[in-house]
Design a protein around this ligand. Structure first.
Ligand code: MRU
Length: 356
């Protein structure tokens, strides 16, 4: 699989996911502002990938800050961090990465900015490589719940492209496939950005994993006909009570899975769990531009002036979730208690600052 994002000397290169699979093009980011723009405009998307991009973007920012004194450097770094935080609101991995980088700057208080720049670059490289390792662990744990022969439905793209590599939901599917299980995937097309059709199908076909794409509104009918054994999706943010924010349409898939007695699993790293948010109602849901619905590839398909509502995510209550597959294992209900157990020393997001 092509690398989603990587360092190329002093710049960052990311694959332009808006163009896939028709064209494989790269976007080069030379500044933190370029990275913010890339995240906002969906060049790079998917919760863990956004987190990795934010960390790398802050390293670029540190390189550009012209300050010899720690205080000036730290102040300008914090300004850049707060711009980065605003790039997209729902995926908490972005905040997690920004806080991890900011914490590093705070821990190095009083040190030479040049030393801090080096440490930030290394930290961003670590965040990227750790993410791939984490996904492999999610895959190992998750494949244990996949039968030897299974049709798995997934929504959106929680694959290599949505992460540093390998994927979360697709990581589980890949691990099951690598373990010799006979896996077939049904990918919801995922309107309006078509992450399922363009990205999930593309990734799985490259790996030789059989995939069939359906219109989003076909999922219920297929489940009712007994054509789906298991649902696995990724997540953008998981509240402390196990409520899951993911791509718009996930909620209806989860409800339909319950109605048809099909287990609905979520695969996500700990960096997607937000212990500060007690339940899903508090998760900020991004609303995107109306033209994503009214237009198709810049061609207007809706009547001019039509009122559009375009939430990019929805929240699935934890009661629909059979298990959350993390790098530490599979968490099951009761979620508030079990999720808390995952984090030994309080909240990992701001370790040492905030205790839960
Ligand atoms: O708008 P996107 O494409 O960034 O939304 C992505 C999703 O909803 C994914 O399912 C989620 O981030 C999990 S990615 C491992």
């Amino acid at each position: 699989m092509l690398p989603t994002i990587e360092w190329k000397g002093r710049h960052i290169r990311m694959i332009d996911q808006r163009k896939l699979p028709a064209k494989v093009e790269w976007v080069v980011c030379k500044s933190d502002r370029d990275v913010v723009k890339a995240i906002k405009s969906m060049v790079i998307r998917g919760a863990p990938a956004i987190g990795v991009a934010a960390a790398m973007g802050l390293s670029l920012s540190a390189e550009a800050i012209q300050a010899d004194a720690y205080d000036t450097f730290a102040r300008r770094f914090r300004e850049s961090a707060s711009r980065m935080l605003k790039a997209r609101p729902t995926a908490v991995n972005l905040r997690w990465a920004v806080e991890r980088m900011t914490l590093l700057v705070e821990r190095m208080a009083g040190r030479d900015p040049e030393e801090i720049r080096i440490a930030l670059r290394e930290e961003s490289e670590k965040i990227l490589s750790e993410d791939v390792e984490i996904n492999r662990k999610i895959g190992e744990h998750g494949q244990s719940i996949v039968p030897r022969k299974a049709v798995i439905l997934t929504h959106c793209n929680a694959g290599s492209l949505a992460t540093g590599g390998y994927g979360t939901a697709l990581g589980v599917i890949r691990a099951a496939h690598e373990a010799g299980k006979k896996i077939e995937v049904i990918a919801d097309e995922t309107r309006p950005w078509l992450q399922g059709l363009r990205l999930t199908a593309f990734e799985l076909m490259e790996d030789g994993i059989p995939v069939t794409v359906i219109a989003d509104n076909a999922a219920g009918s297929l489940m009712r006909q007994g054509k789906v054994d298991l649902v696995i999706t990724g997540a953008d943010r998981i509240a402390a009570n196990g409520d899951v924010a993911n791509k718009i349409g996930t909620y209806q898939v989860a409800v339909l899975a319950r109605e048809n007695k099909i287990p609905f699993y979520v695969a996500a790293p700990l960096s997607t769990i937000d212990l500060r948010i007690p339940s899903g109602e508090r998760i900020p849901v991004e609303e995107r531009d109306a033209t994503e619905i009214s237009h198709f590839r810049k061609i207007r398909v809706g009547p001019p002036g039509v009122k559009i509502f375009n939430p990019a995510f929805d929240v699935t209550p934890g009661r629909y979730v059979a298990g959350i597959i993390t790098e530490k294992g599979i968490v099951r209900a009761p979620y508030p208690k079990q999720i808390k157990k995952l984090f030994k020393n309080g909240c990992h997001l701001v370790e040492g600052i905030e205790k839960v």
